[in-house]
Design a protein around this ligand. Sequence first.
Ligand SMILES: [Zn+2]
Length: 365
Amino acid sequence: MLFDLPTPGFSFELLATLGHARAGILHTPRGDIPTPVFMPVGTAGTVKAMTADELRAEPLDARIILGNTYHLYLRPGLEVIGAAGGLHRFAAWDRPILTDSGGFQVFSLAAINEIDDEGVTFRSHIDGSKHRLTPEVSMEIQRVLGSDIAMVFDQCPPGDADAAIHEVALARTTAWARRCRAFARADGQALFGIVQGGVDTQRRLRHMAEITALDFDGHALGGLAVGETVDETYRVLDEVAHLLPRERPRYLMGVGTPADLEKGIGAGIDMFDCVMPTRNARNGYLFTQGARVNIPNNANRLDMGPVDPECPCATCRTHSRAYLRHLYQAKEILYARLATLHNLTFYARHVRRIRERILAEGTRC
Ligand SMILES: [Zn+2]
């Protein structure tokens, strides 16, 4: 079943469903994205330690990566990326890119000076310089970056914020979503809305009604896994995700572990991103079909077997746990490259396996 999305050139194809889980394809002008999909995070115009060729190559075969508006705006800045002709050319990445709006980073990294109904004034976490981000400024930055999917500028309150703070943030996020929707985008740039509301299901559903009325190309759940318990995250997912419009892609922002992805897919989510596979790799944690491997562990000192015998990545086909442990201990930069390639391959295959199960056991659409 093929659904045209509001932005020309984009469509969403549902192939099969299994319970609330869906397998599909997000068609974009820069290529097809089989869903469910995990999107590697390329914060500063690079998925840390990986070249574009490595990301594209089988068996990783990343179809879409993330860029961070906040980071790229502060460094290298729009003058540089604009001169390159956009983020795709600057980073030599020809497949789709999704950019976040900068909202989450402003609220989590920067020193906030002032939040008002117009936008946010903050100081850079790099050099303390003062900046102002509004819905229009965020959209203009994302236009210059030239991402294939832009995100609306939203206010994400902390998980433990009280009801009054949530209500103000929700009203603001809806108003900001309208302003982002009204902003003229470049050809070939889709826009996703973001549903906030913390762990209160009624509040979430109310905000969902406001956001989905604005005819976005896709919908994201924001403000989950920001301090609440895993049980609360899962409860909200179960109660809310499958109620997002069926004919548009659904994106769970910034979550999470392999188990979180499986849970999210089961609840009806199509798209995920998280720094976990890349950041954990650099910190010595490698994902496998069995137990997670803590590579600095002494048990790996003489282990000449691969990190994961099931894994077809170049790291596992070529190198032993002992070698990786040695590189980690010696702080060799090759360690970060090998470990990142493995963890990203694990995540890609994990999601692909679930997709194949939905296609095999599910109902065709
Ligand atoms: Zn591997």
